[in-house]
Design a protein around this ligand. Structure first.
Ligand SMILES: Cc1cc2nc3c(=O)[nH]c(=O)nc-3n(C[C@H](O)[C@H](O)[C@H](O)COP(=O)(O)O)c2cc1C
Length: 202
């Protein structure tokens, strides 16, 4: 497994810790991981210049510290995105990164074509203070986005009712165990759990 892992929290906290738990187990089982920590990087969000769509470029034209991250995602068979929930959504850092993925879509004679290979796996690590039954809408929304980008299997790793302390998940042994078990399933190419139905997909 070749994995590009993107840490999207503005702090070294719970989503980082769960992501690391997953990655260390995956590495123990033979995964090769490249880690990218967005809060330490200088990059811009998408500026809507459309260079990736109008023939000027076949990838995002912005050239900054996110460029190697986008290249690593394109080359990986597995992508891990880690984020806290901020106001019912992913962090601003991860959203700015995700918007740059617009360059992964191209148009040929009016038809949308993908510039990254289909069939990648997505490990979506999300920590939140709300209980698990909340924010399924957010998970569903991003599952749809990942499907549109050609991802085949989605593995959510959710830390719910985590609390505000940055190291709160370290006291949640059941969560850490579940995270390591998910890494084992992903490494074995096992099935992804039933995902919520996509919005208007097809
Ligand atoms: C600005 C801000 C907004 C937040 N919004 C939500 C929210 O809408 N729902 C929720 O469950 N938790 C919310 N939280 C709590 C965080 O999602 C939670 O503490 C998370 O585990 C932090 O992850 P981190 O330690 O990796 O940064 C918010 C926290 C902050 C700082």
């Amino acid at each position: 497994m070749k994995c590009a892992a993107v840490f999207g929290s503005p702090r070294n906290g719970n989503s980082d810790a769960l992501a690391e738990e997953f990655l260390l187990e995956a590495e123990r089982r033979g995964a090769v991981v490249e880690r990218f920590c967005l809060r330490t990087m200088k990059f811009r969000g998408c500026i809507g210049c459309m260079a990736c769509k109008d023939g000027r470029a076949d990838a995002c034209i912005l050239d900054d510290e996110l460029t190697p991250v986008l290249e690593a995602i394109a080359a990986a068979d597995t992508v891990l995105l880690a984020t806290p929930v901020y106001f019912r959504d992913i962090s601003w850092l991860l959203k700015a990164c995700l918007d740059r993925w617009y360059g992964f879509f191209g148009y040929t004679e009016g038809e949308c074509n993908m510039r990254i290979s289909a069939g990648k796996r997505m490990v979506f690590v999300v920590t939140q203070n709300m209980p698990r039954e909340h924010l399924n809408d957010m998970m569903r929304k991003y599952n749809t986005t990942f499907m549109q980008l050609g991802f085949e299997k989605m593995y959510p790793v959710r830390g719910c009712e985590v609390g505000d302390a940055p190291d709160a998940v370290m006291n949640r042994e059941e969560l850490l165990t579940l995270t390591r078990e998910t890494a084992a399933v992903v490494m074995a190419g096992g099935p992804s759990p039933a995902v919520l139905p996509a919005y208007h997909f097809g």
